[in-house]
Write a protein that binds this ligand. Structure first.
Ligand code: ATP
Length: 225
């Protein structure tokens, strides 16, 4: 069995009087696709954001390759997010002023690629996305499903080690949602990326190797595969 890439132990997070996480534990292995399910407000997004180092838990820790994220300063944490992580949200993550191809090229440019090289990598995604000919469409000129496919390509283009997806199909009908999930899982597996996915939908979770349930701020169903 592969090594743990992410290990969260005893995560606790309070927002004012709301206890969002109360001792959440989760281990994710390299190359695994893990779905996080659970009732609304149970703490799924908070857990995802702690795993990704976007928010810092009040107690407990997250380790990436055994190294505690809390030990990194803000700059190192942002660099890590940029170089090792990709993100897909429900909607609205593309830069509206940039055509699809430039949205995909953006993380590569931020990582230091030359423009010509970044655009060529981005262009190569279009046949795979089923979006040939739409390279120069703005996000507002594409359907929700097309935009989400572009968002998946953007999350994966720079070769992240972990992709975090929060309700990536939440705003889509079932056919468009299936296409987005097929693309996300297929591309992640091809690249050997690990995926941590929050979803309400069992058919989305069915794409995962393993599903865990968050209830009242704790991970209640199989912590380990
Ligand atoms: N920034 C915030 N400020 C205050 N309360 C928050 C904040 N973020 C989350 N919460 C609260 O923390 C709890 C857990 O929220 P979280 O978004 O993690 O749950 P969730 O399981 O992802 O919910 P949903 O499925 O509805 O998206 C909820 O009660 C929520 O209202």
């Amino acid at each position: 069995m592969s090594e743990a890439i992410l290990r969260a132990t005893g995560l606790r997070k309070e927002y004012g009087s709301t206890l969002a996480l109360r001792g959440a534990d989760l281990t994710v292995r390299t190359g695994e696709v893990v779905a996080i399910m659970g009732p609304s407000g149970s703490g799924k997004s908070t857990l995802l954001h702690c795993l990704a180092g976007v928010i810092t838990p009040d107690q407990g820790e997250v380790r990436l390759d055994g190294v505690p994220l809390a030990g990194l300063n803000d700059r190192a944490r942002s660099r890590l997010r940029r170089s090792s992580f990709g993100f897909v949200f429900q909607f609205g993550q593309l830069v509206p002023e940039l055509p699809a191809i430039e949205n995909i090229a953006l993380p590569l440019l931020l990582a230091g690629s030359k423009r010509r090289e970044a655009m060529s990598v981005a262009r190569a995604w279009f046949p795979r996305l089923g979006l040939d000919g739409l390279e120069h469409r703005l996000p507002g000129q594409m359907s929700g499903g097309q935009s989400q496919r572009v968002a998946v390509a953007r999350a994966l283009a720079a070769g992240p080690r972990v992709v975090f997806a929060d309700e990536p199909t939440g705003a889509l009908d079932s056919l468009a949602g299936e296409q987005v999930m097929d693309l996300l899982i297929d591309a992640a597996r091809t690249q050997g990326a690990t995926v941590v996915l929050v979803t309400h939908e069992a058919r989305v979770a069915a794409h995962a190797d393993r599903t865990v349930i968050v209830r009242d701020g704790r991970v209640t169903a199989p912590v380990e595969a």
